[in-house]
Design a protein around this ligand. Structure first.
Ligand SMILES: Cc1ncc(COP(=O)(O)O)c(C=O)c1O
Length: 521
């Protein structure tokens, strides 16, 4: 580590005391944090071009005044027990006096945009979190990942020190191409596959290629915030098309030219419907007619609970217009930040160039491990295991909701990792229920706080909750829903209002009785 120190040889202050003051300043300003190892005296003396003795004396004084600590065989480091709060406050706060110089107005920040909140700030306050799309930490294949990491690390050689193809290592691109054939019915070459840091980066790459100020982009309504916000940040003119229980309402697509449409056909985000085969074909024909590219975000298609998965749009595409996105965020873990995008031939080179401009490629080690995991069959085995687990958890959640709230109206059950609960008219709004649940340590979410964008169409958001079941063991699912039911009853003071057996159900506040059912879409 090289510290930002600058000694002034012509100063009246000795070099040693300048060094002392500057290191102390770095500690007090929080730039050197407690516990940070200090550079060895020899290397610091070389960096500064002063004698080692000067550094030794400065360190001695810092140690004597408790700013630094030294430990045999470990070295010298910033005292881990410094009372930083009070010290920083006590540090001289002399304002920096700069000579007055004429200064031109700085360039404005050109970027305009907003981002979806991926990290859940409430997480530690919640005993049971039904956050959508989250994995059970225990499901991460730690043993296999560790074994593969160690194997590739020891044989990594120059792979660890050199740059590689920004589009991703060939072994992984081949493994993904081979996986997509049987799993999703898509025939692709490894050259078309670009490894990315999650779907979010894929969206940025595509937007950089195709979206500029005023570009018309169709999205589902409601849709995934992460996608809408990316297009918006590139200046897109967004065109929402509503979804129903069969997915995107293809008949409502605009007949005029559109550059791009973003869809989630396997399990519409957030409403959970599966786009029917008929609509898939119609959507492709529409794209062919208006000259649009289609982004197929297949984020959680690995989890199909009823029947077989429908072939992906990319596997049915006669126009070569589908850009297919996949991620391991839902199958292994979002912390890995790994995904891929499969692009039509003419986009391969431009997409690779954008990827290179963004980050020169993903870390080699993670790619090598994932390639091995997929091609060895461990990935398929892992998917089978968690699919079974999610199915049990989904069923447990449905049963818990029914046992506390009667014949609830649910959708999105056929696949994925969350269910959508359509609230009956006699229930409080989704936001009210979310707040009541949070008070008792349970996270259940409105569409917006669950990461969806409704374009202001409140009929979706006010009476719909999304509940992810993938990260919670069955015991916690049952306990969480029981707590919400009790809290609703207590808070609203109508103990019988929400119970299915209640003769009052649906009668309070003048609201009509709910006609509850489970929608199978
Ligand atoms: C619709 C949709 N697409 C993609 C993702 C995954 O994004 P990433 O791969 O960037 O983690 C999510 C995650 O919540 C999602 O809901």
């Amino acid at each position: 580590m090289q510290l930002p120190l600058k000694l002034e040889r012509r100063s009246n202050q000795t070099l040693q005391s300048q060094l002392f003051e500057q290191i102390r300043g770095l500690i007090l300003s929080g730039k050197l944090k407690p516990g940070t190892p200090m550079p060895a005296t020899r290397s610091l003396s070389e960096q500064l071009g002063v004698s080692r003795n000067t550094v030794l004396l400065a360190y001695d004084r810092l140690i004597a005044e408790d700013y630094l600590q030294t430990q045999e065989a470990v070295g010298t480091y910033v005292n881990s027990h410094l009372p930083m709060d009070s010290l920083v406050l006590k540090a001289p706060t002399q304002p920096l006096v700069l000579p007055e110089k004429p200064q031109a107005r700085r360039h404005p920040v050109l970027f305009r945009g907003r981002a979806q909140k991926v990290a859940n700030s409430q997480r530690n306050r919640l005993a049971m979190d039904f956050r959508v799309g989250r994995l059970d930490p225990h499901s991460f294949p730690v043993k296999t990942w560790r074994r593969l990491i160690l194997r590739h690390l020891s044989a990594g050689g120059s792979n660890l020190t050199e740059y590689r193809d920004p589009a991703g290592i060939l072994a992984l691109r081949e493994a993904i191409a081979n996986h997509l054939g049987p799993a999703r019915g898509i025939a692709v070459t490894p050259e078309q596959v670009i490894v990315v840091s999650g779907s979010q980066q894929a969206l940025n790459i595509v937007a950089r290629l195709l979206v500029g100020q005023g570009t018309r982009v169709v999205t589902e309504c409601p849709c995934y915030q992460g996608a809408a916000y990316v297009f918006e940040s590139y200046g897109a003119q967004l065109h929402p098309v509503p979804v129903d229980k069969y997915g995107l309402q293809v008949s409502k697509l605009p007949p005029t030219p559109v550059s791009l449409a973003y869809v989630t056909p396997s399990h519409q985000y957030p409403m959970g419907s599966t786009l029917s085969l008929k609509r898939r074909v119609q959507l492709l024909d529409w794209a062919g007619q208006v000259g649009a590219y289609l982004i197929e975000d297949d984020y959680d298609s690995d989890f199909r609970h009823n029947g077989s998965p429908l072939t992906a749009l990319a596997g049915l595409d006669p126009y070569g217009c589908v850009i297919y996105m996949g991620t391991v965020s839902k199958s292994i873990g979002a912390g890995l930040r790994l995904g891929y995008v499969v692009v039509p031939g003419e986009l391969v080179e431009p997409a690779k160039t954008v990827k290179a401009l963004l980050d020169s490629g993903n870390p080699w080690l993670d790619q090598a491990v994932l390639a091995d995991l997929i091609s060895s069959g461990s990935y398929a085995k892992h998917l089978r295991q968690i699919r079974r687990m999610y199915l049990r958890r989904r069923d447990c959640l449905i049963a818990a909701l029914k046992s506390h709230f009667g014949e609830v109206t649910l959708s999105g059950l056929e696949g994925g990792m969350h269910v959508v609960w359509h609230l009956p008219p006699n229930f409080p709004t989704a936001a009210e229920i979310q707040a009541i649940a949070q008070e008792v340590g349970v996270g259940i979410y409105t569409l917006e706080s669950g990461g969806a964008y409704d374009y202001g169409y409140k009929e979706y958001s006010e009476r719909t909750l999304v509940l992810g079941y993938s990260s919670l063991p069955e015991l916690q699912i049952r306990e969480g829903i029981a707590r919400v039911a009790t809290a609703l009853t207590n808070t609203l003071g109508h103990s019988k209002q929400y119970h299915p057996d209640s003769p009052n159900a649906g009668q309070s506040k003048g609201r009509p009785s709910p006609k509850s059912k489970v929608l199978s879409n």
